[in-house]
Design a protein. Structure first.
Length: 169
């Protein structure tokens, strides 16, 4: 059953400048991800801005990211009353943090998106036990692209890169 976050949520997403305005989950649909299979559109976000950046940065070798000139940020101001479901660590196999991720994670996220029972899916992040990630179902009736504020892409700073490299793969 879907529940409602009280007081709304602020969610964060980082992406390369080419994809920063993609609010329809096209990248996830084309490539799949930890929580979705190919052909399932979702938008990956995090409640913690640093975790959101680290999730983005961990996809690259450090040198690649250092030479990537532009990275953009999206802040989603999700109003109170938007439906959310949750998958907790207790719902997952012991190896859920592995890379590549166990297929069961993609099955869970894909089934959630197909049901359309909530706009958001709260999931644990493999990077930080004290933070949560949220998948947005862009096909859900509650989703509103107006929640998003896109920051113009900017050069990645060394401090941000170094912080992201300290997180274990």
């Amino acid at each position: 059953m879907a529940s409602t976050p009280k007081g709304g949520l602020i969610l964060h997403r980082y992406s390369g400048s080419k994809y920063i305005r993609d609010l329809n989950g096209e990248g996830a649909r084309l490539n799949g991800g930890r929580w979705n299979q190919v052909n399932t559109a979702v938008v990956y976000t995090s409640i913690d801005e640093n975790v959101a950046f680290s999730e983005y940065a961990r996809r690259f070798r450090p040198r690649t990211l250092l030479y990537s000139t532009m990275t953009g940020h999206v802040r989603f101001d999700v109003p109170a009353g938007i439906s959310v479901e949750e998958i907790t660590e207790a719902d997952l196999p012991a190896n859920w943090r592995d890379r590549p991720a166990p297929v069961v994670l993609q099955e869970l996220g894909t089934a959630w998106a197909a049901r359309g029972s909530s706009c958001l899916l709260k999931v644990p992040t493999a990077l930080n036990a004290s933070a949560d990630n949220y998948l947005i179902n862009p096909a859900h009736a509650e989703f509103d692209p107006a929640w998003a504020t896109v920051t113009d892409p900017a050069t990645v700073t060394t401090d941000l890169v170094d912080a992201s490299l300290m997180i274990a793969p």
